[in-house]
Design a protein around this ligand. Structure first.
Ligand SMILES: [Cu+2]
Length: 111
């Protein structure tokens, strides 16, 4: 599972994210880039991942790329999905593991 710092690039297509699991560090700003290499529109919504527990969302049309900048607020495991109808159940879901500041290793108790 890659640990991204500064920038995280995710590829979306029918019907998956690559990578579907990655790591970020809490308290460090990151630019999340969504590259849509598919023929349908996709987005990425990560629940409670942002500062203060806000959701993070970015949308990219077919063949497009867009980005969102945020700072992961706290360590933990956070789920993300594509919210376009039917895409999550077809496999467009993943998770982000946010590491505690300064650890560089997984938080205790994370499976
Ligand atoms: Cu999708």
């Amino acid at each position: 599972m890659p640990l991204f710092s500064g920038q995280a690039v995710l590829k979306a297509s029918e019907f998956k994210f690559e990578p579907a699991a990655f790591r970020l560090a809490a308290g460090q700003p990151v630019k999340l880039v969504l590259q849509n290499g598919g023929a349908e529109a996709h987005d990425l919504r990560a629940f409670e991942l942002g500062a203060g527990g806000t959701d993070i969302q970015v949308f990219a049309g077919p063949g497009e790329q867009s980005s969102v900048e945020f700072t992961p607020g706290r360590p933990g495991v956070f789920v993300f999905i594509c919210t376009i109808s039917g895409h999550e159940v077809k496999g467009m879901a993943g998770r982000v593991e946010v590491l505690a500041p300064g650890t560089g290793s997984p938080s205790p108790g994370v499976p």
